[in-house]
Ligand binder design. Structure first.
Ligand code: IMP
Length: 422
């Protein structure tokens, strides 16, 4: 079953763990959007590893790990990540990098920081240059991995793009940093990456025709989608199902199943509305118990109750078949758990999600209180051993969203996952 794994919230849903759990059954694992703004945490041979651009398939030598053309790539960062993976004993011979992946260049990162530090467009980005790199794609002036492999082409294209950025920085009252020092580093990175580079659309098309099992590894979450998320507090790619097709070159016919990943509560990093945010002691407790600190930036995450209005929206826009619910164990000590089931707004009360930030920042969540389980879930391996209150919590989510929960995760380890046939 070709399977897409997508975040249902604002990222950090535990996709790394879920994908790592599922990846062993697949011949191919491909990333299709985002860049090194992502941080997928997995445990490999007892060691915590955070992947940023490398697909989780790299841990399985028989699995082809693909970075498709929808992903924006910072070559120096990718070289470092590959070297770190090699240091873990992974051969990396199973990695394929798209020749058509757009490059993140030093001025992208610099511009991201300039905008973040200015008052008029503070999004709380990861400051990795993701937005400006995608802007260049839309603006039809991007450079790609294949450009990096031809020194003369790269030097010539980068010179004209650098002039463009020079003017942009001047307009914003900043001096553009010189690219000269890093140009050689970029070219060296190109030489390093060359053995991995190929046309990944062809590769994936062949895999599909040969009936290989493909896992599509989403990054960030639905509510950060450039078109369907809480604009403007979003990332710059399609984090939703549409990104799979534009980002790989495969068609909807190549997808058999969509799994939505959601925490049993909610978190968000960066700016933007978050209706169920908890700013009190329970929020602090959930942050500590859930270790809610960004795996890419280390920033403390904002924490709140599960928002079923938002989750139902995410299920609908992605055509989700089942949910993979993570971090249930973080709720272990609570005697009561709240879930938002409607929003009150100027227009009355309802369970419609508001996409744009202005409208969403004005809603008041309506909560339903459910009983907690006050049991340590970490050691449970079987559905029937789950306390009744956990099963009621799962049933409530299923009834509200209209899809079944196929997996629950009760801790960071692979074994702390229960599969439910729904
Ligand atoms: P950017 O993707 O760095 O441009 O950041 C845009 C927004 O997306 C900010 O609110 C970031 O905190 C958020 N964001 C980007 N990547 C991730 C992620 O992997 N997890 C959670 N939030 C993210």
């Amino acid at each position: 079953m070709n399977t897409v794994v997508l975040g249902m919230q604002w990222g950090d849903e535990g996709k790394g763990k879920a994908i790592d759990y599922l990846a062993g059954a697949f011949d191919v694992v491909t990333r299709f959007q985002g860049g090194h703004n992502a941080g997928h945490t997995v445990y490999y041979q007892g060691q915590k590893v955070v992947l940023h651009v490398l697909p989780s398939g790299i841990f399985y030598p028989a699995c082809q790990a693909v970075i498709a053309h929808g992903v924006v790539v910072q070559p120096l960062q990718l070289v470092e990540e590959i070297n770190n993976a090699r240091a873990l004993g992974l051969s990396m011979q199973n990695l394929a990098l798209s020749e058509n992946a757009p490059l993140i260049l030093p001025f992208h990162q610099q511009l991201d920081v300039v905008f973040e530090d200015s008052r008029y467009q503070r999004i709380g980005t990861t400051r990795r240059g993701i937005g400006p790199a995608y802007e260049d794609v839309i603006g039809r002036r991007a450079l790609f991995i294949k450009d990096l492999l031809q020194e003369e082409v790269f030097r010539s294209k980068i010179t004209s793009l650098a002039e463009y950025y020079q003017r942009l920085f001047t307009a914003h009252g900043h001096a553009a940093g010189s690219f000269d020092q890093t140009l050689d580093q970029y070219l060296q990175a190109g030489t390093f990456l060359k053995p991995y580079v190929s046309n990944t659309t062809n590769l994936l098309q062949h895999a599909f025709q040969d009936k290989k099992n493909i896992l599509f590894e989403g990054a960030q979450g639905t509510l950060l989608d450039i078109h369907l998320g809480t604009y403007p507090f979003v990332t710059s790619s399609n984090t939703t199902i549409a990104g799979v097709f534009s980002g790989t070159g495969l068609s909807p016919k190549a997808v058999d199943r969509v799994i939505g990943i959601s925490k049993a509560y909610a978190t968000r990093v960066g700016e933007g509305p978050f209706p169920t945010e908890l700013k009190d002691e329970s929020g602090r407790m959930l942050r500590e118990r859930g270790n809610e600190y960004g795996s890419t930036t280390g920033r403390p995450r904002r924490v709140g109750w599960l928002d079923l209005v938002a989750l139902k929206y995410a299920v609908q826009v992605n055509g989700v078949d089942s949910l993979f619910l993570t971090k249930l164990d973080v709720l272990d000590e609570l005697d009561e758990i709240q879930v938002a089931t409607a929003y009150e707004s100027e227009g009355g009360s309802g369970d419609r999600f508001f996409v744009h930030a202005d409208a969403l920042s004005r809603v008041r969540p309506v909560y339903q209180t459910l009983p907690g389980w006050q049991t340590n879930l970490g050691a449970i391996r079987c559905l029937t051993d789950l306390p009744l209150q956990v099963r009621s919590y799962l049933n409530f989510i299923e009834d509200f969203t209209g899809v079944g929960v196929s997996h629950v995760s009760l801790g960071g380890e692979r074994e702390q996952t229960i599969e439910i046939n729904c």
